[in-house]
Design a protein around this ligand. Sequence first.
Ligand code: PEP
Ligand code: MN
Length: 285
Amino acid sequence: MTAPQRDKLPAGEAGTTPLVSRQPGQATTVVSAGSVQFGAEKVVVIGGPCAVENTDQITSIARQVATAGGSMLRGGAWKPRTSPYAFQGLGRDGLALLAQARQASGLPFVTEVLDPRDVMAVAEVADMLQIGSRSVQNFPLLREVGASGKPVLLKRGMMPTIDEWLNAAEYIMAAGGSDVVFCERGIRTFETALRNTLDLGAIAVLRERTHLPVIVDPSHAAGSRRYVTTLARAAVAAGADGLLVETHNDPGNALSDADQSLTPEEFAELTTSCRAIARAIGRDL
Ligand code: PEP
Ligand code: MN
C-alpha cells in the first residue's frame, strides 16, 4: 500500500483553479448549448417553470417563452425540496416531456440533475445540465457531469464562497468538461425580506477571476414575483450574460415555487424591459 500523498496543488498565476481562471488578456469563453450561446453579445434568457408538471403545462409554457423572446427552456424533472414529502418531480418521465416541449417550441432545454446515477440519462436528452445550489459541493456529481461532455449550468450555493464556487467549476473541468456557465442565484444572509440576497458583486468578481460566462437567476433570489423584474434589470445592467427566470402558465397552482413564478405576461414584459437595458450597454437580448 502506498503512503497517502500530500496535497499537490497546481502552481502559477492561475492559483488552484487553472482551468477556470482567466489568464491575462484571455477573452470570455463562449459556451454553446443547442442553438444558444452564452458569453456572446446577446444576453440569453432562459424561461420556464420550476418543475415539469405535465405535457400541457410544459409545452404551453415553452411556446410562451419562445414567443416572449426567451431563447432556452428550463424545468426541473428532479426537484431538490426541503421536505421529503413535497413534490419531488416527475423524474425520467419529466425528461421525456421536456424533449416534447423542445420539439414544440424549438427551444433547447436545461434541467437539473441531482443524482450521479441519473447523469447519463439526462445527458442523453438535455441540451445543458444544471447543478443546483444544494449540490454545488457534491464532488462525485460534479465529476460525473464533467465527464458527460454536456455544457453545465452551475448555480451558486447558498453558503459557499466565490472561491469555493470557482473550485466547483474546476472539478467539472478537471473531469473533462469544457463548458461551464456560472449562475448567481442569491446567497443566505441575515436578511429575510427576500428569499435570498442577490450578490451582484459576484458578477464583477467572476468577470475578473474566470473566462467562463456568468448568468443570474433573479427568481430564486427574490422568492416573490414582485421583485423578479427589478433584479433581472439590475443583473443585465451589471453585465450578466444571461438570465434564468421562472414562469408558469398558472402560477397560482404551480406545484413548486408558485410565489416567484411570473405570469406569461410578466415574463414578456421582463424580456422587453431587459432588452432595452442590454441595448443601452452595447449588447442585445
Ligand atoms: C431551480 O432552479 O429550480 C432551483 C432549485 O434552484 P436553486 O438550486 O438555485 O435553489
Ligand atoms: Mn425553483
